[in-house]
Design a protein around this ligand. Structure first.
Ligand code: ZN
Length: 283
């Protein structure tokens, strides 16, 4: 495709990332929905408007979809940003569930274009406006909780209400509730240039878990602690082979955030040998 043209194309995308609403000034990229093609190339899709989509066309993570889309123009020059024609959206079969064997199937696509570090992503961003990626942090040091505004700004709330982004609350027409905390991962990469990072996590699951806990009568502070336990101690624990999906958001093009996690269990050496069949080097 020649630079400058914005031809429509049919994309087949495995959805790997859905974020909680991310407040911005212009209300165009309300959430980040992203995934990978069959070759592992990243694709970001917005705006997605569930308002006009029948329930069966509202998709889950790790579900293949097909949609006609065109590259964004104007303000969004990021390499992977597409504007989907939601009328053309088709769900292709069931989602790839998270059983141990299926993580390998997910990894085949999600990790196909894995990079080494945030430093490598910064290089790529300079070179070709890369704005999405996945890598394995060398060490996750902490998940820092800080207090945040208790509610959406009214104009942002109106924008997410109108878009009706989330199937779970679409019926009641209520937008997802604002989480009154921010969660930042502190981590370092496997890269000699790394000086450490502090990046916000915007994963849909963070907000969803927080409100599930509050709805079970936990205090908001206790719920925030439990979210930290889950996303730090459990999902970044020693037996997890956790990778970070990261990306920029339109309103802050130089700021990278964690959009989601890819967290298969680390396979034991014995398990790996069994999967690969008998090894020539055993005994
Ligand atoms: Zn780094």
């Amino acid at each position: 495709m020649t630079a400058g043209t914005r031809a429509k194309q049919k994309l087949k995308v495995l959805i790997t990332v859905k974020t909680y609403p991310i407040p911005s000034r212009k209300y165009d990229e309300l959430v980040c929905t992203a995934g990978v093609t069959e070759t592992g190339d990243f694709v970001r899709l917005y705006p997605i408007n569930f308002r006009d989509l029948p329930y069966g066309q509202q998709y889950k993570k790790y579900q293949w979809i097909e949609v006609v889309a065109e590259k964004h123009g104007g303000r969004d020059v990021r390499k992977e940003s597409y504007r989907p024609d939601c009328d053309t959206l088709r769900i292709l079969g069931d989602s790839i569930k998270s059983s141990p064997g299926n993580w390998a199937e997910r990894a085949r696509y999600a990790l196909a274009q894995k990079v080494r570090s945030m430093e490598e992503l910064h290089d790529r961003q300079q070179a070709d406006r890369t704005s999405l990626g996945i890598f394995k942090p060398k060490k996750v040091h902490d998940l820092v909780i800080t207090a945040d505004a208790p509610d959406w700004k009214p104009s942002f709330k109106a924008a997410i209400q109108q878009a009706r982004l989330w199937e779970t609350r679409a019926v009641s027409k209520e937008p997802p509730r604002k989480v009154p905390f921010k969660f930042h991962y502190q981590f370092e990469c496997d890269d000699t240039r790394c000086k450490g990072h502090k990046m916000m996590i915007e994963d849909w699951e963070v907000g969803a878990l927080f409100w599930r806990l509050v709805d079970r009568d936990l205090s908001q502070e206790r719920a925030a602690d439990k979210v930290r336990d889950k996303f730090l101690l459990e999902l970044c624990g020693p037996d997890q082979d956790t990778h970070f999906f990261v990306g920029t958001i339109l309103a802050h093009p130089t700021t990278w955030v964690v959009l989601g996690l890819f967290y298969p269990k680390l396979q034991s050496r014995r398990q790996r040998r069994t999967d690969a069949g008998p090894s020539l080097f055993d005994r």
